[in-house]
Design a binder for this molecule. Structure first.
Ligand SMILES: C[S@@+](CC[C@H](N)C(=O)[O-])C[C@H]1O[C@@H](n2cnc3c(N)ncnc32)[C@H](O)[C@@H]1O
Length: 410
């Protein structure tokens, strides 16, 4: 039986929610929709009264593909919604902050994608998983990915023919590097001599910069360099990288503005040096990161680059062993860019240490707001927040924020 509902708001996954709650994917606030209830989920949805923020999805794959959630909404709506999520997360902690205009990465700018590939009777099927399903949707006209990644989907298919099992789905992560494609495969057949040889040949044939199988490097034609400021870094396979170069630059500009004229900077959760290496052009930097393979890559990049200031590295679990106030005392600025869980333990020490400036980059507004509360309670001022949207048309929210301590401990 068909029933009508009015959508009240969007949930954190970007789904419309009506009173009940009733969940209606791909609907917008104030829309009147009808459909059949399956538990709390509305199915066979018809839009009876569309929102004036509803637009025609730019991508022809949107209906079936699970890669995007918000292509049916105007850019202005998505921008306001994402900024509102951060504002609400802060309000839930009793905080307010000036919100800078959102920075959204352009279409077709994602430099990394994980392509799902299944072997079929006829050959292979490659693309993104469909909406809430295991079905793979082909994405030859994807509006998210850099065209060079789309052009590389046949490489993912070729690798599945060589090393994909009959039943499993291969996850092929394609990353653009200065030297060409950096490819990392998971979920394939176990490596043996013949497979290794075939994969090495495929690396040559497709002119890949590097190929890794379950994190083991099989072949490297050329080091898959990423450029951070003046430095060139060869990250370990699958290492964290900001999703778009454009978003990386927006986050870096925000961090540089906060850190300003600092002479000694601690870059915590430093990855392979996205912020550390550009910052080392003007300041001494101590880069701390949990994965030793990443700090080592960062260090090699620094050593090969002329003109940078002193940079030191430390592989350290900052959840279990945060930098303590006596260790933080020598830095006049701290950069934090933790994973989704946030930086609770580190922020507790920063609260004690009272450093003059903190740049906080976050991919989770809820843990950011929790940590922001701890910092402001310790006397830091939250000066501004900027949402940086590298995951256009998705429900992900990322941000950069500026904190300063008004009364620094001597
Ligand atoms: C969001 S990424 C940011 C990396 C880097 N700042 C960048 O922009 O490329 C978070 C980083 O934190 C690291 N990480 C995760 N858990 C950690 C922990 N407990 N201690 C230290 N580093 C951790 C990850 O390896 C990852 O490199």
């Amino acid at each position: 039986m068909s029933q009508s509902f009015t959508i009240a708001r969007l949930g954190h996954q970007g789904d419309g929610i009506a009173d009940g709650p009733v969940y209606a994917p791909r609907t917008l606030p104030a829309e009147v929709v009808s459909g059949t209830l399956d538990g709390s989920q509305l199915t066979d949805i018809r839009i009876e009264m569309p929102s004036d923020q509803r637009v025609k999805p730019p991508c022809r794959h949107y209906k079936s593909c699970g890669g995007c959630q918000l292509q049916h909404a105007s850019d202005d709506f998505v921008a306001d919604w994402k900024v509102g999520i951060v504002r609400n997360a802060l309000a839930a902690q009793g905080l307010e902050a000036p919100m800078r205009p959102i920075h959204t990465s352009p279409e077709r700018s994602r430099r990394r994608a994980t392509i799902a590939v299944r072997r079929t009777k006829k050959g292979t099927l490659a693309g993104f998983h469909g909406r809430a399903s295991d079905v793979i949707t082909e994405i030859p006209d994807c509006h998210l990915l850099d065209p060079a990644l789309i052009a590389a989907i046949p490489v993912a298919e070729a690798l599945a023919l060589l090393g994909g099992s009959r039943k499993g789905v291969l996850a092929v992560t394609l990353t653009l590097s200065e030297a060409g494609l950096d490819v990392s495969v998971k979920g394939g057949k176990p490596l043996d001599g013949p497979l290794e040889l075939a994969l090495a040949r495929a690396t040559e044939k497709h002119r890949l910069a590097r190929l890794a199988w379950e994190d083991e490097v099989i072949a490297m034609r050329e080091p898959p360099v990423q450029r951070f400021g003046a430095a060139e870094v060869v990250p370990p396979p699958g290492a964290f990288l900001q999703a778009t170069k454009d978003g990386e630059q927006a986050l870096l500009r925000a961090v540089q503005e906060v850190v300003g004229g600092a002479r000694r900077v601690a870059d915590l959760f430093a990855g392979c040096g996205t912020f550390s290496l550009p910052l080392a052009q003007g300041a001494e930097v101590h880069a701390v990161e949990g994965e030793a393979a990443m700090t080592e890559a960062l260090d090699r990049g620094w050593r090969k680059t002329r003109g940078l200031k002193q940079l030191t590295i430390e592989a350290r679990d900052l959840f279990r062993r945060p930098l303590m106030p006596d260790e933080l005392a020598k830095f006049d600025a701290v950069v934090l860019d933790p994973p989704r869980a946030g930086a609770e333990a580190q922020v507790a020490e920063l609260a004690q240490a009272q450093r003059p400036t903190v740049a906080y980059v976050s991919c989770n507004p809820v843990t950011f707001a929790r940590d922001a509360k701890a910092l402001t309670e310790a006397g830091y001022q939250l000066n501004w927040v900027q949402v940086v949207d590298q995951f256009r048309w998705s429900a992900h929210v990322e941000l950069a924020a500026s904190f300063t301590m008004n009364h620094t401990k001597p």
